[in-house]
Each structure stands twice: as C-alpha cells, then as structure tokens.
Design a protein around this ligand. Structure first.
Ligand SMILES: [Mg+2]
Length: 269
C-alpha cells in the first residue's frame, strides 16, 4: 500500500532529512548478475535443445560468451536470453536493434513465452537446490557500493527492479548491504511491468516530485521510457551494456556514469 498515510508521513520525514533520492536498478547497477543469467539461460536452453553443444561452446570459447554479453542489452525480458542463445547457436550476425527485433519477432510469441517460463523455473530451481552456489554467481560493483556507503547518511536509496523481491533481499543480505535500503523502498517486479510504475510509486511514498529523483539504470530504454516523468536518468556504464549503448545514451541527452565518475555525477563531489 504505497500511498498509505503512514508511508506519506515516513516520506515527509525522509524528505525533510535527506535531499538526494537515488532510485537504483538492481541488475547491472548494484549487482553484477552476468554469470547467473548466463548459467540460468544455458540450463534453460538445454531443455529447449537437449542435444545442443551450446553450453560447452559458451563456457569454453570466450568469443561466444562475449557475443552473449553484446546481445543482452538488445533485450528486455527473460525470453531475450533465449533469443541471444538462438542467435549464437545459429551463428547469426546481429549488430543492430532492428536486426535483433526481426529475429525475436520471427521466433514467435509461443517460443518466447515458453522460454520465459523455462528461464524462471530454472532460476527458481538453481536458487533453491543450491543457494550457496546460486549466490556465488553474483558479484557487486565494489567501487559503486563504496560511493553509496559514503553518501548513505544524506541520501535516500531505493531499489527499482524487475527482479523478484525475494532474490533481491537475499542478495542484498549476501553482499551485506541490506542496511543501505529500507525494506519499503525496495520496489520489485510486483510493483509493475514498467519502471514508470516504480518511479511514480516511489515519488508518492517519499512525497516528493519525480524531478527530485535520480534514476540510475544500465538499460537505455528504461531511461527513455521514464524521462517523461521528469526524473533525472543516468546510464550506469558499468552494467550490462556496451559502448554502443553509451554512445546512444549521450546522443539522447542522458549522462553516462562510469565507476570513476559516478560520485561526482550523482552527488556533485
Ligand atoms: Mg539492469
């Protein structure tokens, strides 16, 4: 109940104490989940194509892994990891969003829906069967976490993510940074499909204008889709993106923060 009176009063209190509001995407901003995504996608792929040698190929050939990492920013949802593996598996040459979208559309909604389900079922299984191994697939970005720790006392930190809340809380605890985020300010996949929902609700909870929120995400399309709210969008260059996205973000007028420039860009230090 994000707009309840108790939340508003918490919001008033927070806003009077903290001037900077940082709304942070989780994967690719706080958490490096590249390995977990790859392992989950490959496991799911082995059910789509039981005789495929893709798992061995991606794990043994750095070029295949790099190709996967280049394709990830062109997608948005779990099924896109399947699209990326389809592209690699078939040796397709995909360089632009248009080329990617054409292949994605060609796979059809049934295929995409099937892979989406398979991906989440696989993630659930891997997380529950061996939680330690699953947690071990994840890293933080230590330099960025140090920045957050330095500024935590004059900043309101929120998570705005499409990931499930249970995984996010588990990982924050695993990284020993759960104390940086108030539980009510972790807005997860249940909050809504688009990040505009997350940011609207966050502004309501904090009783602030969206223009007071700096939104840090590693997906350019999330910055583009939320710009109309008036939030200040910043691309996290350390996340799951490439120089292709950095250039496009600058072209669209969004600042691109690196681990070296993030502190000055976000806090003016
Ligand atoms: Mg992300």
């Amino acid at each position: 109940m994000p707009f309840s009176s108790s939340c508003s009063s918490v919001g008033d209190q927070l806003m009077s104490q903290f001037m900077t509001v940082l709304a942070l995407d989780f994967d690719g901003v706080i958490c490096d989940s590249a390995e977990e995504v790859l392992q989950t996608a490959l496991e799911a792929w082995s059910e789509v194509a039981p005789n495929s040698r893709l798992q061995t190929e991606v794990e043994s050939r750095p070029e295949s892994r790099a190709a996967f990492e280049r394709l990830v920013p062109l997608g948005n949802r779990a099924e896109d990891f399947g699209v990326a593996l389809h592209v690699i598996s078939n040796g397709l040459d995909v360089r632009t969003q248009e080329e990617y979208d054409r292949i994605r559309d060609g796979l059809g909604t049934d295929w995409l829906g099937h892979f989406h389900q398979l991906f989440y079922r696989t993630r659930h299984r891997l997380r529950n069967d061996d939680p330690e191994c699953w947690l071990g697939y994840h890293r933080t970005y230590p330099t960025f976490i140090e920045v957050l720790e330095r500024h935590q006392h004059h900043t309101t930190l929120a998570v705005v993510t499409a990931k499930d809340g249970a995984s996010v809380r588990l990982l924050l605890k695993h990284f020993e940074i759960d104390r940086l985020f108030r539980d009510g300010l972790i807005l997860d996949k249940e909050t809504g499909v688009a990040k505009t929902s997350h940011l609207r609700i966050l502004a309501g909870q904090l009783n602030c204008n969206p223009s007071q929120i700096t939104f840090v995400d590693d997906k350019l399309n999330h910055l583009v889709s939320t710009a109309s709210l008036g939030v200040r969008g910043v691309l996290a260059a350390w996340g799951h993106n490439t120089t292709r996205e950095h250039e496009a973000a600058r072209h669209a007028g969004f600042p691109v923060a690196t681990l070296e420039t993030a502190e000055a860009l976000l806090f003016g230090d």
